[in-house]
Design a protein around this ligand. Structure first.
Ligand SMILES: *Cc1c(COP(=O)(O)O)cnc(C)c1O
Length: 434
């Protein structure tokens, strides 16, 4: 046995995780230990079509040869040196990322929440230095999700995420999403920034009116406030453009990125125009791991592949095919009430509970994700092929048809899985793993 080979099957992973990990997630009773492109395999060898891509993360699919090679090569040189020194890979990734976004400077961190934290700090500095207020205020929106650290949580709307952790940092004013008059009313002498998602991902893929972002841009400009876009989910080609804001012809002052940026390697970034980036000087902000050579090597491959293989354009075309496939299912009587999104970030409202749909899809070998009671999110890798899009639609159709045939397929699915994998579930008595 190789030193790094755990040989844990699905059962073993579930049992060990239940015993030793914080129980803050509710994972489905499957585990994956390898993948290829848009396919994932469990330790027992069953294959699944991955239409969630690690939550909009796996831009290039699994085990992309260029990404594998770059990571391998970088690991053989150095993984980490710290920002005490110049990091060539970081400078190069900064060049690629700023060119992709059309912004001037980049700060690298390790996650989406951290990118938002950096944006909040930048906005507050802007408030103090340029708006000349001692109590800078950031306008945020209802339904927003910006991450789980305290600052990002303060910008986030969901009370279930917020309430257990009060008191949260102040300095945020919340307005309804996609409501320009409400935003205008909230702007005041202390407003240093508007922080908003171009499409609200975690809320259920909520696409605002076409003029919303341009309206916010104008409003921020009139007030001398920054327009900060959280593109952690919508960035890196996901919506059919390199960044979602580019589909609106606007110029935000700062933009966050993370999820898809490293193709699976944890990394985040804050991008900003020169004037805004100047608010963060030596000592104002830092991250030990931020911009480390390993993550930067991954970012380099992702951004070069994004441009060379025109993945954004491809996401636009594949997304259209995916949405029209879903609409065809709905027209054929499938319990789909609404299909929305942009590129390969798609939300659909379904008749049965979303959790049951996820389980039924799993039984058909399709990985999707429930966001909310009756909403399914699809975010496959941007390299998904036409045949895979069609296959995904067909599998979802079969899963919905199964649910439509009545019974309690969710529980049946659980029972089957519990039998074959020996894991407990809703219908088998809970075993004591200790
Ligand atoms: C996922 C997400 C975050 C948080 O990212 P983490 O990497 O989980 O911290 C922030 N903003 C948006 C829009 C997101 O979708």
């Amino acid at each position: 046995m190789k030193l790094n080979d755990t040989h844990l099957g699905t059962d073993g992973a579930i049992r060990l995780g239940r015993r030793h990990l914080f129980q803050n997630y509710r994972p489905l009773p499957v585990a994956f230990d390898r993948g290829q492109g848009v396919r994932l395999r469990d330790p027992e060898g069953n294959e699944y079509l991955d239409f969630i891509g690690g939550i909009a993360v796996s831009t290039l699919g699994h085990a992309h040869p260029d990404l594998v090679e770059a990571i391998r090569r970088q690991a053989g040189r150095c993984l980490h040196v710290s920002n005490l020194f110049h990091i060539p890979e970081q400078a190069e990734a900064g060049r690629l990322l700023t060119e992709t976004a059309g912004l001037d400077r980049a700060f690298f961190c390790n996650s989406g929440a951290e990118a938002v934290e950096a944006a909040v700090k930048l906005a507050r500095r802007w408030g103090r230095e340029r708006v000349c207020t001692d109590s800078p205020e950031i306008v945020v929106t209802e339904g927003a999700f910006h991450g789980r650290t305290l600052g990002a949580l303060a910008a986030t709307a969901n009370p279930e995420y917020r309430d257990p952790f009060e008191p949260l940092p102040g300095g945020f004013r919340r307005v309804p999403y996609d409501d320009l008059p409400a935003a205008r009313q909230a702007m005041g002498p202390d407003t240093c920034a508007i922080l908003v998602e171009p499409i609200q991902g975690e809320r259920g893929i909520c696409v605002p009116s076409d003029d919303y972002l341009a309206g916010l841009e104008q409003m921020a400009g009139e007030h001398g406030a920054l327009l900060v876009l959280d593109e952690v989910q919508t960035g890196i080609g996901r919506t059919g453009a390199d960044f979602a804001f580019q589909r609106h012809g606007i110029e935000p002052d700062a933009v966050t990125a993370a999820k898809g940026l490293g193709g699976g390697v944890p990394v985040g970034a804050l991008l900003a125009r020169e004037e805004a980036a100047a608010m963060i000087g030596p000592g104002h902000h830092a991250s030990t791991f931020g911009g480390n050579p390993l993550a930067m090597a991954a970012v380099g491959v992702v951004l070069r592949t994004l441009s060379r293989s025109r993945l954004s354009e491809r996401a636009g075309a594949m997304g259209e095919r995916l949405r029209s496939g879903l609409e065809r299912l709905a027209a054929g009587g499938a319990p789909i009430r609404n299909v929305r999104g942009a590129g390969l970030l798609v939300g659909l409202d379904v008749g049965p509970p979303a959790g049951a749909v996820v389980r039924a899809c799993l039984d058909h070998g399709l990985l999707v994700n429930a966001i909310g009671e009756d909403t399914i999110r699809l975010a496959p890798p941007l390299v998904v092929a036409v045949a895979e899009v069609d296959r995904g639609v067909a599998l979802l159709g079969e899963a919905l048809a199964d649910l439509g045939r009545g019974g309690t397929p969710e529980l049946e699915a659980d029972a089957t899985r519990a039998e074959s994998h020996g894991v407990d579930s809703h219908v088998t008595p809970k075993r004591d793993d200790r």
